[in-house]
Design a protein around this ligand. Structure first.
Ligand code: NDP
Length: 258
């Protein structure tokens, strides 16, 4: 085989995830479920999680392609995350891909932010992401390979009025990826993030028409994003196509300027 032919054959298969085992937290809807579909379509065996077991199983059953199963998990419970991740790795003999997607959004102007809102936001978005990345790293270290993606946000980079607690939590999530990538690179584990703009999911349904119109106006592509468009970026980051990419936060925001 010539060098050119080899390069062409490699690039034809490097986005393929056949034989890989993936875990997606918060996979019951929105970006998480779209990611589950994208990874399954690329050939991965996927385990998705949500807080409610029946909903998680229902979401898994809705994916027509590949092997997808659903399990209950609350990412705020560090012990539960560790047990589930170990269980998935044991059952499938390996764990190659983890997407720490589970997250919540609660808007509140600065003067209206209550302590319990801050606690919930930090426990889910920051704590949940750290627990998931930590458990993933433990499962991947021995094999000296693996890819992790976390869900940051454009508001974590730029801030957003009415979203101080959420923006703070998402800034932290970005730094979970950056810091973990520095620790885990020596084990062959890559850690990246995506920073979506405004994506059409249940999370953004509550935004009023005026805010949506403003956000579209501020977006170069003049529209909201679709969960599938974030999923494609995640699929790229966990694939061998991104084999030398780590510690990066990839904006998937249509050119939104906040
Ligand atoms: P959705 O609200 O549609 O979905 C959130 C998912 O997280 C659900 O599957 C939910 O599962 C799960 N979840 C929430 N809390 C927990 C918890 N404590 N433990 C386990 N799972 C939990 O959100 P999106 O799909 O829009 O967002 C996905 C990620 O992307 C989030 O991290 C979000 O912050 C981020 N993001 C979204 C943007 C957007 O515009 N939509 C923009 C930027 C970032 P269940 O309720 O079944 O337990």
């Amino acid at each position: 085989m010539t060098d050119d032919a080899r390069t062409s054959a490699e690039s034809a298969t490097s986005g393929d995830l056949s034989g890989k085992v993936a875990l997606v937290t918060g996979g019951t809807r929105g970006i998480g479920l779209a990611t589950v579909r994208a990874l399954a379509e690329a050939g991965a065996t996927v385990v998705l999680t949500g807080r409610d077991e029946a909903k998680a199983k229902e979401a898994a059953a809705s994916v027509q392609t590949g092997s997808v199963s659903g399990q209950a998990l609350d990412v705020t419970d560090a012990k539960a995350v560790s047990t589930l991740v170990r269980g998935v790795a044991k059952e499938h003999g390996q764990l190659d891909i983890v997407v720490a997607n589970a997250g919540i959004l609660e808007d509140a102007l600065l003067g209206m932010i209550r302590e319990d809102l801050v606690e919930r936001m930090m426990a889910t978005n920051v704590g949940g992401t750290i627990h998931t990345v930590q458990a993933a790293a433990r499962a991947m270290m021995r094999k000296k390979t693996g890819a992790i993606v976390v869900l940051a946000s454009i508001v974590g980079e730029h801030g957003s009025a009415g979203q101080t607690a959420y923006a703070a939590s998402k800034a932290a999530v970005g730094n979970v990826a950056r810091s973990a990538s520095k620790e885990l690179g020596r084990y062959g584990i890559r850690v990246n993030g995506v920073a979506p703009g405004v994506i059409e999911t249940a999370m953004t349904e509550h935004l009023g028409e005026e805010i949506i119109a403003d956000r579209i106006e501020d977006t170069s592509l003049r529209r909201l994003g679709k969960p599938e468009e974030v999923a494609k970026a995640i699929r790229f980051l966990v694939s061998d196509e991104a084999s030398f990419v780590t510690g990066q936060i990839l904006g998937v925001d249509g050119g939104l300027v906040l």
